[in-house]
Design a binder for this molecule. Structure first.
Ligand SMILES: Nc1nc2c(c(=O)[nH]1)N[C@H]1C(S)=C(S)[C@@H](COP(=O)(O)O)O[C@H]1N2
Ligand SMILES: [Mo]
Length: 263
């Protein structure tokens, strides 16, 4: 479990990005955004939909995020968010060097899968040097190696009605009175099948460290850091995000962040 301090300032930063095309009627407009049905939140959701459509139109489905050279890797990938999950299931796996790890792929697929790390490593791989941009305002260039998500989706035979890929994670966050909730994320099929979208098990030429999401984390390079689920335990294909968490498509989205965090 990770304790997080969700302060208003952080949410405002994100809200500012989300609503950059909207005039904001002062900060008070955002005060109630955590209450479901709040006007500010609805306005945000609309701005989010707009951002999504405009960005999709501007960048196209398959444009690639910029890739860098080895010499541009200046430091290790800065760990952020959960960096050492204390959840029992995770600790047990970590203590056995993830020997018992399985990635379960289910939901709207014709062939549900349960893949070991060796099976994932034996699938075609892709390595890319990209820049990670966190919403908190820092960036890091790192080299990621993993299996393209598209390959895994093809193996599992995603059904045509699948619109989203949902990632469930091992780590939980403490949200005060709301108790503990597991981190989760989701992306649409366009991003899921994008050539740079990979399930990464390697970082800068070494196995992915615990601090950065071992044994497996998502890289979806055209979006902000919080979309890149670490400690992935299962993947579900879905036609609707409503059944997951609070229905907004991700842990941070449920707290007001944009679902489409294009950069
Ligand atoms: N499971 C999980 N995934 C997560 C997070 C997290 O706390 N838990 N934090 C997110 C955020 S905000 C960022 S910036 C990146 C950080 O990845 P890094 O630790 O490799 O830098 O992971 C994202 N994915
Ligand atoms: Mo982040």
């Amino acid at each position: 479990m990770s304790r997080i301090n969700i302060n208003r300032r952080r949410l405002l930063t994100v809200a500012g990005v989300a609503a950059s095309t909207l005039p904001l009627a002062g900060c008070d407009a955002l005060d109630g955004m955590l209450a479901s049905g709040a006007t500010a939140r609805n306005a945000m959701a609309k701005a989010n939909g707009l951002t999504y459509r405009v960005q999709r139109f501007l960048i196209g489905a398959d444009s690639l995020a910029k890739e860098y050279s080895e010499s541009e890797i200046r430091q290790g990938q800065r760990p952020n968010g959960s960096t050492d999950p204390t959840d029992a299931t995770y600790i047990a796996l970590r203590d056995s060097a993830f020997a018992g790890y399985r990635l379960d792929i289910g939901g709207l697929v014709d062939r549900p899968l349960s893949l070991s790390l060796d099976e994932l490593r034996n699938m075609p791989s892709r390595t890319q040097i990209t820049r990670h941009d966190c919403v908190e305002g820092w960036s890091c260039i790192a080299k990621w190696t993993g299996v393209p998500l598209a390959t895994v989706l093809d193996e599992a035979r995603a059904k045509p009605e699948a619109r989203y890929v949902v990632f469930r994670c091992f780590d939980t966050m403490s949200l005060g009175l709301s108790g503990e909730v597991a981190y989760y994320e989701s992306i649409d099929m366009l991003d899921a099948r994008h050539p740079q979208t990979i399930l990464a098990y390697g970082l800068n030429g070494s196995p992915l460290p615990v601090a950065n999401g071992a044994p497996l984390r998502l890289r979806v390079e055209r979006q902000l850091g919080y979309k890149m689920a670490k400690y992935v335990r299962s993947i579900e294909l879905a036609s609707d995000l409503a059944p997951y968490g609070q229905g907004k498509g991700g842990f941070w989205e449920d707290l007001g962040y944009d679902w489409y965090a294009g950069i």
